[in-house]
Design a protein. Sequence first.
Length: 341
Amino acid sequence: MAIEIRQVTSPDSDPAGFEVLVAAYRADIAARDPGDPLPGHREVAGQLFGLPADRKRLVYGARLGGEPAGMACATAMSEAGDELQLAEVDVLVIPSQRRKGVATALIAEVVPALVELGQTSILAYPCADLWSEEGFALCEKYGLVRRQDERCSRARVADIDDNLMTSWIAEAATKAAGYRLEQWEGPCPEHLLPQWCAALAGMEDIPLDDIEYNPFTRSVDQQREAELALAARGFVSYCTMAVSATGEAAGMSELQLHPERPQIAHQSDTAVLRAHRGHGLGKWMKAANYRFARAAQPELDVIETENAQSNPWMLDINIAMGFRPHHVYVAHQAPIATALR
Ligand SMILES: CC(C)(COP(=O)(O)OP(=O)(O)OC[C@H]1O[C@@H](n2cnc3c(N)ncnc32)[C@H](O)[C@@H]1OP(=O)(O)O)[C@@H](O)C(=O)NCCC(=O)NCCS
């Protein structure tokens, strides 16, 4: 049966192509997270296309015998001028369509297109507890090597102890005297953006193990563009930033969800800048941000997050809060020249 691969550049310009992506995306969630509500069209559009115009992402859908079969999404993670031009690649094939060469056909389009975009390295995250045989074999076939183990954890709102959250917030009065929190929903208010970018730079200290990555820094303009692009696709962010007595950014925590599926939130970055560690800011921000999001989203049921297995500091806070292991993803990476061969 013929495999047809088609690049989709936006949901609006190619509705039929977008339907293939939605089918693949939803089949993946149904298999990966059974019991979760399935994402709707707007959320899938946001996940795949909620990027600023200058951020390069290639999205392809695959059909087999005319039926949706899979998709690939490759995102350039680096800035112009970075020595390492890194692309994160995700390939998924609908379970009933596997072992028919669909992934191979998708990769045959994606990798040369990434070379044309000037990418030098590829990173992929097959799951270790679901489909590891096929996911790892696929990575190995293209020369990608294991670089880091990442734990995906989930906390159910019903399992988060409200008294514990109250105590983390109360402890700040003594442990973090002089610090204050700023909170907002949606894109960062303009007057806080420089501090917010400084707080986000705390993510530079996350353990990377053997992953080759570029330093994580974003200018105020880049951060604004990234937040506006996500908001334009309907995503809502709940953000908490810690600020020191002298007005310096000290830390940040952010949670995101799409209102089509308000039951499931993603805990994205949390960071405390080096000079401000040891004051309980991590726990304070997480408890306060969780309360903030929950008050705004009464249907919130599950929070999902990812951390390197080699990050006991963040894992300890998450476990204490009620997060439990859900999946393990294993970063695999190789120079793109290796994958091409
Ligand atoms: C991994 C996955 C994308 C493969 O899709 P597919 O269309 O079945 O793959 P193909 O038929 O094109 O096979 C490509 C290669 O994958 C590997 N592979 C696929 N299925 C496999 C299996 N059941 N056991 C072992 N290796 C397997 C092989 O290396 C195969 O090459 P070969 O045919 O020369 O042996 C699919 O199983 C999937 O969607 N898994 C979940 C998501 C995932 O893990 N993605 C990879 C991380 S980005």
